[in-house]
Design a protein around this ligand. Structure first.
Ligand SMILES: [Cu+2]
Length: 160
């Protein structure tokens, strides 16, 4: 557990130093690169991803999310069940003090169900998503819909 969190922290270092226009601030938290992968028009659900950097000395917690493009938005994680990778709903997600938390494919993600506005879910579009934190409060981000993962996510995957 300790080993994997150290590894994760190391992987996220390059992004931590690269603040840019796609960062959103809420108290000590910085939300970077919110994005969603474009899916076929008949896809029943859509996922949203981002990285949360906690620059503060106390932990926080993501307690809920909502967006006008879906009737329901849930926090999900991927878990191994036997040989199968499955996703399941979680009530909240903890963000460690002075730590990062990555929402990415095959990891934590925001799952949007009962989609209402599919016009915003095409490549090049974006839609608002509000993240509600226990301490930092709500922060609204613009999720950009794209065919490929953003550069920052790409860097995570290739960082030494
Ligand atoms: Cu899911």
């Amino acid at each position: 557990m300790l080993k994997s969190s150290l590894l994760l922290a190391a992987l996220l270092l390059p992004v931590f130093s690269a603040a840019n226009a796609d960062d959103y601030k809420a108290g000590d938290l910085l939300v970077s690169d919110p994005w969603s992968q474009e899916l076929p028009p008949n896809a029943p659900t859509v996922a949203a991803y981002f990285v949360i950097h906690n620059q503060g000395d106390s932990a926080d917690r993501l307690v809920s999310v909502d967006t006008p493009v879906a009737a329901e938005a849930q926090l999900h994680e991927h878990v191994m069940q036997g040989d199968l990778m499955k996703m399941q709903k979680v009530d909240t997600v903890a963000i460690p003090a002075k730590g990062d938390l990555t929402f990415a494919p095959m990891a934590y993600h925001v799952m949007l169900l009962d989609l209402k506005d599919r016009s915003k879910l095409r490549d090049g579009q974006h839609f608002p998503l509000t993240l509600n934190f226990e301490k930092a409060g709500p922060v609204q981000v613009e999720v950009s819909v794209q065919k490929a993962p953003p550069m920052a996510t790409h860097e995570h995957m290739h960082a030494q």
